[in-house]
Design a protein around this ligand. Sequence first.
Ligand SMILES: [Zn+2]
Ligand SMILES: [Zn+2]
Length: 275
Amino acid sequence: MTENLYPELEDRLRPLVEPLAPPRPGEWLAEHREKGQMFRQYLAANPVRRDRDLTTIYLCVIGECDTAQQSVIDITREFLVIFFDSPVVVRRTVPASAIPNTAKRKHPDWGDRQLLAPYILHEILEPDRPDDALAYLALTARDLWPGDGWNFVYGQANLRRRVGVWSIYRNGYPGKNAEAFRVCLRRTAMTAAHETGHILTMMHCTMNRCLMNGCNHAEERDSTPLRLCPVCLRKLLWNLQVEPSGYLRRLAEFCAAHGLGEAEWFGRAAELLVV
Ligand SMILES: [Zn+2]
Ligand SMILES: [Zn+2]
């Protein structure tokens, strides 16, 4: 099989690269030693990849959410369709009452009601994952925690088993007003795409400002762009084997329609890649 490695992509998009500033105290890279992942390293990792067998992204909604939250989830589903160039299907809803007490807690200091992310990954998603699932993602309006020693996580994914979970709990209440809705949508779409990127074996990006940057806290997350840097974009396009400029134009249109600031970046990137 001949396949496109998109060799020109990193060069052509160089004008749009924003190198990551050195981490400030409390930011992800100040607390986690990570080496990043170049395109060649990504190929060498034999990543989970969209192909004839793995075609569809499935969602599992855990616990209750109200109309405004449901609307954010619906638009995020549309975003994932474009971002991963794949059908995204809601497969299942699971009531919070179906989660055992051993996988729930109230945060000891803050009192937030939390669900144990690894339980969702291993006990709910993995046994139920369809054979054609490129990714099987759970989402919930409850807060998540990954286990002992952690306060919370925005999301968690497994880099090999095609499962991930993310929460909209810390994204603000979208029913408050139009701006709160837009902020919540942006955060929700960002975590969904970031976790799905991990499912496709993409590691955290340590080089450039990028959707695959790790983030420790709300301010760091809100300064992260809702788009990949050229190196990570090349990984994703190789994974999906899609034509770059049309793909980027679809993202530009989606962002423009929903008031997400990246419309211009995607539009410029599409122009730079027109053959
Ligand atoms: Zn991550
Ligand atoms: Zn990147």
